[in-house]
Design a protein around this ligand. Structure first.
Ligand code: SAM
Length: 295
């Protein structure tokens, strides 16, 4: 049988692809085209509307940084909102923090949750069953307008700004999230690969810096997102949160006894030290230069 290669169709000028040793599930849901397939090296792979979302080989990276960088910056995070994240990876990491009493996950597509539990249960199956998890099937855009709850942190684990995710990269959504944040709470959202899509980081930075007092993106490397640093944007009205000393982070990690394979106190501190080309995008886009860390 001919080998099937599944490729990303997101970039106009290039297309990474992964060999599909076995396609486990393919469906056009009410919201997007979803494929889950197996590859000898990457494990199980989820692709939505032609964009690689996760692989079971490297999902720990993205999910650890999306959860632990905001939550380790807080002394006692109690209530967390996750928008998107239907695979359960961020939820799994958020629930590792003993002080978290409630993690609300708002996912628009039930199929993503169902297929995550069925085809890669090691990511989120246990987290979805945790009594602190509150799973809501809804559009995150509407949820943050209607909610009267206040959260210590809001983590937007969306796909690229296209399809159902497009609204989650808009200024009105960022502003509505701020209304749902406690005083000085932390907001994070993924802003793609600045080397390839600088406009995404620029537009998000511009919008966030007009709403929050402190905007400080950080970076990680996500092997299955082919092409340089992966950037996550951070915003809060409390600028100290992204300046937590490494020693404090280490004390918190020890006290919370959280096992990680990517996040470390030193990585956390360093993640905010942006390469010059990314810092330039941020400084140009924000009305004020991104608050630099004090040494
Ligand atoms: N966590 C993955 C990773 O490692 O990169 C990728 C992100 S996750 C699969 C993106 C999720 O956002 C999808 O499950 C998608 O259905 C969900 N989503 C997209 N638009 C949404 C919206 N408007 N409201 C809530 N969830 C949305």
């Amino acid at each position: 049988m001919a080998t099937r290669w599944i490729e990303e169709t997101f970039h106009a000028d290039w297309r990474p692809r992964i060999r599909a040793d076995k396609v486990l599930h393919e469906v056009k849901t009410e919201h997007q085209h979803l494929v889950i397939f197996e590859n000898r090296f990457w494990g199980k792979v989820l692709i939505l509307d032609g964009v690689f979302q996760l692989t079971t080989r490297d999902e720990f990276i993205y999910h650890e940084v999306m959860a632990h960088i905001p939550l380790m910056a807080l002394e006692r995070p109690r209530k967390v909102l996750i928008v998107g994240g239907g695979d359960g990876g961020v939820l799994r990491e958020v629930l590792k923090h003993p002080s978290v009493q409630e993690a609300t996950l708002v996912e628009i597509d039930q199929e993503v949750i169902d297929t995550s539990i069925k085809f890669y249960p090691e990511i989120g199956k246990k987290a979805f069953k945790d009594k602190r998890a509150n799973v809501v099937i809804a559009d995150g855009l509407k949820f943050v307008v209607e909610t009267t709850e206040k959260y210590d942190a809001i983590i937007v684990d969306s796909s690229e700004p296209m399809g159902p995710s497009a609204v989650l990269h808009s200024k009105p959504f960022f502003a509505d999230c701020k209304k749902a944040l406690k005083e000085g709470g932390i907001f994070v959202t993924q802003t793609s690969l600045p080397f390839h899509t600088p406009a995404h980081l620029a537009s998000t930075t511009k919008a966030l810096s007009s709403i929050y007092k402190a905007v400080a993106p950080f970076v990680c490397t996500q092997p299955c997102y082919f092409g340089g640093e992966f950037c996550i944007s951070w915003a809060s009205d409390n600028a100290e949160h992204h300046e937590v000393p490494t020693a404090t982070l280490a004390r918190r990690a020890a006290r919370r006894d959280i096992k990680t394979n990517y996040w470390t106190p030193g990585y956390h501190t360093g993640a905010f030290a942006l390469p010059a080309y990314i810092q330039k995008i941020v400084d140009k886009a924000s009305s004020k230069p991104a608050t630099k860390r004090k040494k």
